[in-house]
Write a protein that binds this ligand. Structure first.
Ligand code: GLU
Length: 303
């Protein structure tokens, strides 16, 4: 079946190139609003290490919330299961930046992939270090996972995130008021905004995802791999998580830059990028493309 992958990827690329309804790129910062929604890239790394790609596979894009997966791996490395006293493991059913739930739940965010939860995770990952040191650790982790040194932070995106991040500041201050943020909000958010501003190509991102498909070398324990995948399945697409699980049947994490990292456990790490987003803020064509790919290959964690 895997021999068919190059042809399937090419078919999906051609089908996506013909689409006129491509969703709308994120417009909350100029750097993302200016991105051409006509772009599309898809890459698959298999368990045997081979990689197949189609479309715009060498253009770096802003990974945004996909960075939350790598940050979680680092925070769990520092704190282990103690992290779960500060952040939950339930889907939120609300928008990624909702403030509502946080008030009801006394400053403990529902899960590590909504913004509030990711800010807590980054706060924990800082572990008494300066943001610069944490970001160095994060980049080292991602570069090792991808087997590629050429992964960087876009400073303009980080600056724009900081200038427009009023809701994230509100979330961070609220959690600080509840004693669930150890660093000053400016510090935790400085690290968070820079982590969101990491840029990667789909080729790099698919390779970086190998550590979540159970491939060697193991960067984190098999137990943590399973748990991160479980959270990606239940919480990886905000209030579109149920729909993604229903349509694709694989764990995935999306970002407002239009990227999605999808894991077929034991089989493949998949990255897709198309900047236009659907109503839930997830890549419209990216979701459709991985749905097609998973269906064509019979890849689903549900058998
Ligand atoms: N930097 C974005 C924010 O915190 C990330 C959101 C996303 O990718 O979903 O608002």
């Amino acid at each position: 079946m895997t021999e068919a992958i190059p042809a399937i990827l090419e078919e999906i690329r051609a089908e996506m190139a013909a689409r006129t309804d491509r969703g709308t790129p994120a417009d909350y910062i100029p750097e993302l609003a200016a991105i051409d929604p006509g772009q599309f890239g898809l890459s698959v790394v298999l368990a045997d290490g081979s990689q197949h790609s189609a479309g715009d596979t060498a253009i770096p894009f802003s990974i945004q919330s996909i960075s939350k997966v790598f940050a979680l791996a680092i925070a769990l490395g520092h704190h282990g299961d103690r992290l779960w006293a500060r952040v939950g493991r339930e889907p939120s059913g609300l928008a990624f930046n909702s403030i509502l739930q946080l008030e009801h739940e006394r400053g403990i965010p529902r899960n590590p992939f909504i913004n509030a939860g990711a800010i807590v995770v980054t706060d924990a990952a800082l572990a008494g270090h300066a943001p610069r040191e944490y970001l160095g650790e994060l980049l080292t982790f991602i570069r090792a996972a991808a087997g590629d040194e050429d992964v960087h932070i876009n400073a303009d995106v980080a600056r724009s995130e900081t200038e427009t991040g009023h809701r994230n500041f509100a979330l961070a201050h609220f959690m600080r008021a509840h004693g669930n943020l150890t660093n000053a909000p400016e510090l935790a958010l400085g690290a968070y905004f820079h982590q969101c501003a990491i840029e990667m190509t789909v080729d790099q991102l698919a390779r970086a995802g190998r550590f979540l498909m159970g491939a060697r070398p193991r960067l984190i324990s098999a137990d943590r791999v399973r748990r991160i995948n479980a959270l990606m399945l239940t919480c990886g697409h905000y209030d579109g998580s149920g729909d993604f699980a229903f349509r694709v049947g694989l764990p995935g994490k999306s970002g407002v830059g239009g990227g999605i990292l999808v894991i077929a456990p034991g089989r493949a790490s998949i990255a897709v990028w198309s900047p236009g987003l659907n109503e839930q803020g997830n890549s419209k064509l990216g979701t459709e493309a991985v749905e097609m790919l998973a269906r064509r290959l019979g890849w689903s964690i549900f058998g």
